[in-house]
Design a protein around this ligand. Structure first.
Ligand code: GDP
Length: 423
């Protein structure tokens, strides 16, 4: 069975924890998009880990982990991540697609220089080089991993690439030029280190599909950060949708039978862009402090996350574009302190109430329409079955389920792997 675990919202929905949990029953866990620009937080018996590029299956010794062709491969960061996991005594199997493209030093620099140049109009980039990376990939000047093993060709391509980039660095940004020979040497060093991990992973995955293996496709960020369907241009540069997993991993689209979409019991987002149900001031500070497992701060960037009430309009849309077959709601425990809980059930815009998600500028002008529910005002961590939750907590979940139109199959009431209530 092939299952995708993806986000309904702006990312940080708690996909890592659910993936880690499902990874126990998976033969293969695959990262199919994104790069080192976001991360999952995983808490298990081995400790607390922030994974950025490594698939969440690394905590299960028998699981094969694949970084597929759709990922922006930052080899330097990957090696650091591998070291951290290995030094915690964890053994794992990892393969990297020979068709994955390699993130290069100028991608990170371009991200930085461009945000500097844009000033107030910046996108809130994580400055991991992701947007310049995908620009190069789709203008066909990027480097696929297999090219690292064709040295002469690699040198020629880098030479050509940096001729153009250096003009941009010098004249547009007024920054030092890059010596392509240095990049070449670095890449040759990396090639040697990772050579045993490089494989035709798409072929391995297609065979695994045919053999009926359990494959988990692990998404990064969420539907509202998708390049096409998200809050463009405040989106990421690769598709965050389950449908893209077929391309990003190289498997048939019809193979993906289960699309498990993760959403939080409230909203959180990092970076710029419209956020209709956002809250501010003390209300936000309180929610931010209670949120996640130790407050709402980005796993990769450490940036304080923007927070708000659950947005049923955005989440229903997120579930639809993901093609959700089931939904998991995380962080229900976080709302336990509230007397009343609001849910955004409509957008008021131009004198009308909308139930559908809008394009970016209209979202900026939309006001949230809230339905207020009663809180349960009691700590729900430690409760081990959905039925034992306070009535008001169950009603909250049922209300949201009704709004988004997809079954909520699991609710999570704490950051640990075992804190999940199956319905
Ligand atoms: P991801 O990118 O979707 O994997 O999300 P992150 O891991 O970055 O963010 C989710 C945060 O919520 C992490 O700090 C998790 O440890 C934490 N978390 C996940 N599920 C729960 C839950 O049910 N309750 C609480 N309190 N925290 C949770």
């Amino acid at each position: 069975m092939v299952k995708a675990i993806v986000g309904a919202n702006w990312g940080d929905e708690g996909k890592g924890k659910i993936t880690d949990m499902c990874a126990a029953e998976s033969d293969i866990v695959v990262r199919f998009q994104g790069g080192s620009n976001a991360g999952h937080t995983i808490i298990n018996d081995k400790g607390k880990f922030a994974l950025h590029q490594l698939p969440s299956g690394v905590f299960h010794e028998d699981t094969l982990n694949i970084i597929a062709n759709g990922v922006a491969l930052n080899i330097e960061y990957l090696m650091k991540e591998i070291d951290i996991i290995k030094s915690a005594g964890i053994k794992f199997k990892l393969l990297i697609s020979e068709r994955a493209q390699v993130l290069l030093p100028h991608h990170v620099l371009l991200d930085e220089y461009e945000e500097e140049r844009l000033g107030d109009k910046k996108f809130g980039s994580t400055k991991s080089g992701i947007a310049p990376f995908f620009a190069d990939k789709y203008s066909k000047v990027g480097i696929q991993l297999w090219e690292l093993y064709h040295k002469e060709r690699l040198k020629e391509r880098l030479k050509g690439m940096y001729e153009k980039i250096n003009v941009q660095f010098k004249y547009l940004y007024n920054k030092p030029e890059i010596d392509y020979n240095e990049v070449y040497e670095t890449l040759c060093g990396y090639a040697e280190i990772i050579k045993d991990n490089v494989a035709d992973t798409a072929k391995i995955l297609r065979d695994a599909v045919k053999e009926g293996k359990n494959i988990l496709l692990e998404g990064q960020l969420g539907a509202l950060k998708d390049t096409d369907h998200g809050i463009y241009p405040y989106v990421t540069s690769s598709s965050t949708l389950a449908g893209f997993a077929a391309v990003g991993a190289g498997i048939p689209p019809y193979a993906i039978e289960n699309v498990t979409v993760i959403t939080k019991a409230y909203s959180s987002a990092v970076g710029e862009g419209p956020f209709v149900s956002e809250v501010f001031g003390d209300e936000a500070d309180q929610l931010r402090k209670k949120g996640g497992d130790s407050g709402e701060f980005g796993a990769t960037t450490g940036r304080p996350r923007r927070v708000g009430w659950f947005d049923a309009v955005a989440t229903r849309y997120g579930c639809e574009v993901q093609g959700a077959t089931e939904v998991v709601m995380t962080c229900l425990d976080v709302l336990s302190y509230l007397d009343e809980i609001k849910v955004c059930t409509g957008y008021e815009f131009d004198g009308k109430e909308y139930k559908d998600f809008l394009t970016t500028e209209n979202l900026y002008n939309a006001k949230p329409v809230y339905t207020t529910l009663e809180g349960w005002k009691t700590d729900i961590r430690g409760i081990e079955s959905f039925d034992r939750l306070p009535q008001k907590a169950k009603e909250y979940v049922e209300f949201v389920e009704n709004e988004i139109g997809v079954k909520i199959s699991m609710v999570s009431n704490g950051p640990r792997r075992d804190e999940v209530l199956v319905r």
